[in-house]
Design a protein around this ligand. Structure first.
Ligand SMILES: Nc1nc2c(ncn2[C@@H]2O[C@H](COP(=O)(O)OP(=O)(O)OP(=O)(O)O)[C@@H](O)[C@H]2O)c(=O)[nH]1
Ligand SMILES: [Mg+2]
Ligand SMILES: [Zn+2]
Length: 354
């Protein structure tokens, strides 16, 4: 049996009638979306093995099944989630061995079935049509990695990731890397700037440095015995952190000084085992993140800290954008809601309505 990426506990929160976040989750939709389609002729044979998709290999996939690695192709009729990405990193798949080996002597197989996904990190695929692109499946946690400086963190992106994590049933936390470049005072300023996340929303913020090793024990503890996708912009040090925490040697890039941006060193996601028993997924840097299927009525509910004010808005429903007597806007003015969170909200509302 392949090592299984642990599932999210199905009993986990969400369904309690008074849970603010729970009421807003699109749980039903998720189940619907991941319904497997059984096509005749796609029955899994007795020699099929179960494995986990580790990484893409050109048009094929590297699949780990038990102690072995296989190069898998996808062709013909397969039994897979409908209306979404066919195969992605982290998928639990069924493979059927093929007689021949690949040109490099690797064992060849084909993927005949993709199991339902427990969790997804999805975004809106590029293009006019609303299509879902599943970046990684079946990880429990989403580590949102940002750099303290070079290139500096991006709260707009953090807020988008938090919504995607909520929709995909991932437990989020924030990692601020490159803290070796900070003074004690900078550090306090950053923590203060991120207060809404760790204080109000209870999302852990871990300050680390791959270079000085600061905070790596805490990060390692957060990753132990579970499965985590590290995501974030290019050049923030995702691969550097993974190299510090595992035996793997992922390629690490340079920061282009002209734009202070990373140069997309990691080009595809890859599952890496941790000696502690969990696993971590390295992934390519992301610049843009459009959220798949986000409705304008639903949006306010992802900004949980707006809730206590929203009930006092003059109009119901209130979009908290232009309405007179909007208590959310008033709370932003009074400094009771983080102004930058409100900017994220307006940006997302603009995306949805334009
Ligand atoms: N000062 C400092 N530099 C770091 C730290 N971590 C990573 N870097 C540097 O940041 C640059 C980018 O690191 P990577 O690990 O390649 O970043 P990445 O997030 O994996 O980037 P992509 O693969 O492009 O998404 C490299 O030059 C690293 O040496 C850190 O803690 N402190
Ligand atoms: Mg990388
Ligand atoms: Zn309002």
């Amino acid at each position: 049996m392949a090592r299984r990426i642990p599932n999210v506990d199905p009993e986990d929160d969400g369904e309690q009638p008074l849970d603010y976040r729970g009421r807003t989750r699109e749980r039903a939709k998720r189940l619907d979306r991941t319904k497997t389609r059984v096509k005749s002729g796609s029955t899994v044979s007795a020699q099929a093995l179960q494995g986990v998709v580790i990484s893409p290999l050109g048009p094929k996939w590297l699949v780990n099944a038990g102690a072995e690695y296989w190069v898998a192709s996808v062709s013909g009729i397969i039994d897979a989630p409908e209306g979404t990405t066919l195969v992605t990193v982290g998928d639990r798949v069924w493979i059927e061995p093929e007689a021949e080996v690949t040109e490099h002597g690797d064992k060849a197989c084909s993927i005949v079935k993709v199991d339902e996904r427990d969790t997804v990190l999805s975004r809106k695929a590029a293009g006019v049509q609303q299509r879902e692109q599943v970046l990684v499946a079946n990880v429990e946690q989403l580590g949102i990695v940002m750099a303290a400086v070079l290139p500096g963190y991006n709260k707009r992106l953090i807020d988008r990731y938090l919504i995607a994590a909520d929709k995909g049933d991932l437990r989020p936390f924030i990692v601020i890397n490159k803290c070796d470049l900070l003074t004690e005072e900078d550090r306090e300023d950053i923590l203060d700037d991120l207060r809404t996340y760790w204080d109000l929303l209870q999302i852990p913020v871990i300050m680390v440095s791959a270079r000085s090793q600061e905070g790596l024990d805490e990060l390692s503890e957060a990753l132990a015995d579970t499965s985590t996708l590290l995501t974030g912009p290019s050049g923030v040090g995702k691969s550097s952190l993974i190299n510090e925490l595992t035996d793997s040697r992922q390629r690490v890039g340079e920061i282009s000084t002209k734009y202070l941006k990373g140069k997309h060193t990691t080009t595809s996601s890859i599952v890496i085992p941790l000696s502690s028993g969990g696993m971590v997924v390295d992934s390519p840097g992301i610049r843009e993140f459009g959220i798949f299927e986000l409705g304008k009525e639903e949006l306010p509910f992802y900004f949980e800290e707006f809730a206590e004010f929203a009930s006092q808005c003059r109009f119901t429903p209130c979009s908290h954008t232009h309405e007179p007597g909007c208590a959310v806007k008033q709370a932003v003015e009074d400094g009771l809601i983080d102004e930058e969170r409100y900017v994220s909200y307006l940006n997302l509302m603009h995306d949805i309505t334009s």
